[in-house]
Design a protein around this ligand. Structure first.
Ligand SMILES: [Zn+2]
Length: 470
C-alpha cells in the first residue's frame, strides 16, 4: 500500500511538473533581451537556448545562406585560435553545443553541467560578439555550409532533378513550383566578411534575442546575466520581409525521378491548408492525426500496400500543407493511388467519424502531459514558442486542442478537400524489368551491328574477288 501511495505521489508530482512548464520566470533586460528561466527536474544540469530572430526568410534567394554562414563562422575560433581550440574550451566545461539556422530564427543550443552554467554563458556571449571574422574563418565556414547543403550539384543530379541532401524533395519541389521557395540551393561563394558583419550588426542585438535556461539554475544567475548580457547594445528593430505566398500554378500531377534504378516508389498527395483564423494550428494538427490514422487503416491493414504510410504537415513561406504519403512498390502505384483516392472521396462525402475524431482528440490532449519531458525538451518547447509567436506567448496546447469541435474540424476538412490536391510520385528512372528489356534491346542492337559489319565485309570480299577475276 505504501509503495502504491509512493507511486501515486510520483505520478502526481511528475504530471504536475510536466504541466508546470507554463509557469516560468519571464522578463526582459533594459536592453530588450528576453529571458526565460525555469528551474527543472534534473539536478546538476542546465539546458541553454539562445534564439536570435534572424533566419533564411530574412534574405533574398541569392543571399539566403548568409545567416547560416554567419552561424558557422561564429564557431571558427576565438582570440586568434582555431575551431578545435574553441571546441576544447566547451569540452573543458563538460558541455556540448550546437547551432541551427531555420527559416525564422538562428538558435544556439547548449547542454552543460550546472556548476559551469556561468562559464558556458560567457563562452556563448564571446562567440557571438567575437572580433571581426577573418578570411580563413569564412573560407572554412563556406566549405561546411556547402557540404551540409549536399555539395555542389553534379550535372547528373541536375539531369535527374534530384537534390540528394533533403528528405522532403517532393514538398520542396511543389513549393518551388508555387513560388513559395527559391529554386535550387543558394551559393555561399559570393558572400564576404562585410556581408556577415552586416547581419551581425543588424540582427544580433539583445532586443532581437531570447535567452532560455532550464534546469538547476544558480540563484544569482539573473544578476550575472544582467552584468554580462546587459552590456549588449540594442538596435532599431528590423522588419522581417513578408513571407512568400502562392504566386504560380503547380501541375496537378508529376513524376519525380530520384535515382537511376530500383523497385521502390513514394506516393504523395498534397493539399494546401486554407486560412481558418483562430485555432487553425490545433484544427490542422487534429486533422493531420486523423488522416494519419485513416491511411494506416486503408494502406497497411486493409490493402497491405504500404507498411508505414503517414500524413504530414509542412509549411513553406506563408503556406501550410497537409500531405498523405506512402512508400510502395513501383508496381503498386496505381492501386495505392486508387486507395488514397477512395479514402479522400469517402471523407468528402461523409466527413469525419465522430467517435474516431474524439478518440484521436483525446490522445492529442493526453500527449501534452507527457510529450515534453526533461529540461532539454522543456527548453526546446520555449524555443518553439519563441519561434511560433511574435511575443513568445506560451499557449496551453492541451486546452486549445480540447476546445476544437467536430463541426470546426469537419468544416476545415471540407475546405481542405475542396480542391483535388497535387500528386507527386517519386520513383527511379528504371526498375528491374525495364533493365531486363533495356538489356535485351542492347543485346539485339549489338547483334544487328555485328551482322551488318559481317555482311559489309562479305560484300567487300565478294567485290574484290570479282575484280580479280575481271
Ligand atoms: Zn549548418
Amino acid at each position: 500500500m505504501r509503495h502504491l501511495l509512493l507511486v501515486c505521489l510520483l505520478v502526481l508530482c511528475h504530471s504536475a511538473n510536466a504541466l508546470d512548464r507554463f509557469q516560468v520566470q519571464r522578463y526582459s533586460l533594459p536592453n530588450g533581451l528576453q529571458i526565460l528561466l525555469k528551474p527543472g527536474d534534473d539536478k546538476g544540469h542546465v539546458a541553454i537556448r539562445l534564439v536570435v530572430g534572424v533566419g533564411f526568410d530574412d534574405f533574398s534567394c541569392e543571399r539566403k545562406e548568409t545567416p547560416h554562414l554567419l552561424e558557422h563562422a561564429f564557431f571558427s575560433g576565438l582570440d586568434g585560435h582555431d575551431e578545435a581550440e574553441l571546441e576544447q574550451r566547451m569540452q573543458t566545461l563538460g558541455g556540448e553545443w550546437n547551432a541551427f539556422t531555420s527559416d525564422s530564427d538562428t538558435a544556439f543550443v547548449i547542454e552543460a553541467p550546472a556548476v559551469n552554467q556561468r562559464k558556458a554563458l560567457d563562452l556563448l556571449l564571446s562567440v557571438i560578439t567575437q572580433p571581426p571574422l577573418d578570411d580563413n574563418a569564412i573560407r572554412s565556414s563556406k566549405q561546411a555550409v556547402t557540404h551540409e547543403d549536399g555539395g555542389h550539384d553534379t550535372h547528373l543530379e541536375h539531369l535527374l532533378d534530384h537534390d540528394a541532401s533533403s528528405d522532403d524533395d517532393a514538398t520542396a519541389q511543389l513549393a518551388v513550383e508555387m513560388g513559395l521557395k527559391c529554386p535550387g540551393q543558394a551559393s555561399v561563394d559570393s558572400l564576404t566578411a562585410k556581408d556577415l558583419e552586416k547581419v551581425r550588426h543588424d540582427w544580433y542585438a539583445p532586443n532581437n534575442m531570447t535567452l532560455i535556461m532550464v534546469g538547476d539554475i544558480d540563484r544569482q544567475l539573473p544578476a550575472y546575466i544582467e552584468h554580462g548580457w546587459g552590456k549588449l547594445q540594442p538596435i532599431t528593430p528590423n522588419d522581417h520581409p513578408p513571407l512568400p505566398e502562392i504566386s504560380q500554378k503547380a501541375a496537378p500531377q508529376r513524376n519525380l525521378i530520384t535515382h537511376w534504378l530500383g523497385e521502390d516508389a513514394r506516393l504523395h498527395w498534397f493539399f494546401t491548408e486554407p486560412e481558418l483564423g483562430d485555432q487553425d494550428a490545433e484544427i490542422w494538427e487534429l486533422l493531420n492525426n486523423y488522416l494519419d490514422w485513416q491511411l494506416y487503416i486503408a494502406l497497411r491493414l486493409n490493402s497491405g500496400l504500404s507498411y508505414g504510410p503517414w500524413a504530414e504537415q509542412q509549411a513553406y513561406g506563408s503556406q501550410g500543407f497537409i500531405s498523405l504519403n506512402a512508400d510502395i512498390d513501383r508496381d503498386d502505384l496505381d492501386k495505392a493511388q486508387q486507395v488514397m483516392s477512395d479514402l479522400l472521396d469517402n471523407l468528402r462525402k461523409n466527413g469525419l467519424d465522430a467517435n474516431e475524431f474524439r478518440r484521436l482528440q483525446n490522445v492529442a490532449v493526453a500527449k501534452q502531459a507527457w510529450a515534453v519531458e526533461g529540461d532539454s525538451a522543456v527548453a526546446d518547447f520555449y524555443w518553439q514558442a519563441a519561434e511560433d509567436s511574435e511575443d513568445g506567448h506560451l499557449s496551453n496546447a492541451a486546452k486549445q486542442l480540447q476546445a476544437v469541435t467536430l463541426t470546426q474540424a469537419n468544416e476545415a476538412l471540407r475546405q481542405l478537400l475542396a480542391e483535388p490536391g497535387y500528386i507527386r510520385i517519386e520513383k527511379t528512372l528504371l526498375d528491374d524489368s525495364d533493365l531486363y528489356w533495356l538489356g535485351a534491346a542492347a543485346a539485339g542492337l549489338l547483334a544487328l551491328v555485328i551482322f551488318c559489319v559481317y555482311r559489309q565485309r562479305q560484300q567487300r570480299r565478294r567485290l574484290a574477288a570479282k575484280m580479280q577475276l575481271d
